[in-house]
Design a protein around this ligand. Sequence first.
Ligand SMILES: NC(=O)c1ccc[n+]([C@@H]2O[C@H](COP(=O)([O-])OP(=O)(O)OC[C@H]3O[C@@H](n4cnc5c(N)ncnc54)[C@H](O)[C@@H]3O)[C@@H](O)[C@H]2O)c1
Length: 443
Amino acid sequence: MKKSPNPFKDILLSKIKNKTALVGVIGLGYVGLPLAVEKALKGYQTIGFDVQKKKVEAINRGENYNRDIDNQDLAEVVASGKLKATDDYQFLQDVDIVSICVPTPLDQYLQPDMSYIKNSIKNVARFVHRGMLIILESTTYPGTTNEILKPVIEEKSKLQCGLDFFLAFSPERIDPGNPWYKVRNTPKVVGGVTPVCTEIAASYYQHIIDGKVISVSSAKIAEMEKIYENVFRYTNIALVNEMAILCQKMGIDFWEVIAAASTKPYGFMPFYPGPGVGGHCIPLDPFYLSWKAREYHHHTRLIELAGEINRGMPGYIIERVTKLLSQRLKKSLRDSKALLLGITYKRDVNDIRESPALEIIKKLTGEKVKVSYYDPYIEKVLIDDKEYYSLKNLNETEVKDQDIILITTDHHKVDYRMVIKNAKIVFDTRNAIKSHFENVEKL
Ligand SMILES: NC(=O)c1ccc[n+]([C@@H]2O[C@H](COP(=O)([O-])OP(=O)(O)OC[C@H]3O[C@@H](n4cnc5c(N)ncnc54)[C@H](O)[C@@H]3O)[C@@H](O)[C@H]2O)c1
């Protein structure tokens, strides 16, 4: 039999195959926890790591804090000992494969904040040993795995990538709140620093997910692929936001336009306008690319323009609210009463990161509007050192008491019929209300 030139590869591939590989996940957030649970469910002994002690303790008690994970699944893998959590990096000593799922936000100058990745890789590098596979899953600019992770690990461990240890990038595509697509059935792209790294990482994911695993020729391709997905969404959302503004001026119902265009069976994909773009991915990731593009003296005009349009949406919402109050109630914005329905960045999730509703609350408060909100998923929110609490219940008296109701997120758990019946004006920025009503204005 032909002997393989890399014994570490063979050992790891066989551990993956017979599920004796000890696997780790760093960062137990929206991305990391579902991934860790899935690995444990597939039979791998899994250790999750997070810097937040309360998350670690919750998991070890079998308590779920992520709405996309089945409570039963989490409780089961914790009870069987397949999933454990820790806040001590020492666990990496014995781990065969580790996935890194830490945040990648923007800093105050809207530039990539790489501190989370750098911090975790510095710690991982202390424990990298022969035959280990490290996979970065956080969304980042093309080049990160080769330019940041590889040199730090090689320098610290004195080992060689592709020979002694293996390194790959595999973007997470999780879509919080999506009832159909989960980690399990979403195709996964994998790109290694060397072909051997790709081969091992792809084999690993083939054992974890039921969806397709797509191997690409490098980590850089995988990194760009993920950013391209998000740029695609971001620029298309900007396009529909601009179309919505224009259609309003022209007296055309843009929602009806989208519905009609969506009947085309090829070459069209619907995107929907809204009060802005939120979440930890879509409004941030495109700017990782614009930042990197500058190194190549390239100005990503379309991304910048999309940013201008999308970030302008909360301001546009305020303009429309001002007009509505003036035209329909002969009231000025100042001292009026506005209630926001839904403040999370999208429907039926409990995540408020980058949510445009927060910017709208801030702007309205700045205009001396008496602002309140109702969100079944968010009990309280802190904006510019001011605490806002959700109404406990949305009842007729509260609705009647408002000058305007803004539907900023279209949660299913809201009784829109009651709202329409009792509100003076409803400004629906999400097309939550499909039929026409005299007191309902759409974005
Ligand atoms: N949320 C999404 O929908 C989504 C989808 C696809 C990809 N992503 C990407 O995945 C990455 C993680 O996003 P998320 O939404 O899971 O973030 P998150 O904030 O929900 O989770 C990140 C976790 O990492 C922990 N953490 C921070 N610094 C750490 C460190 N040095 N070591 C270990 N743990 C650390 C945090 O405590 C937190 O629990 C980001 O790059 C994001 O762009 C997110």
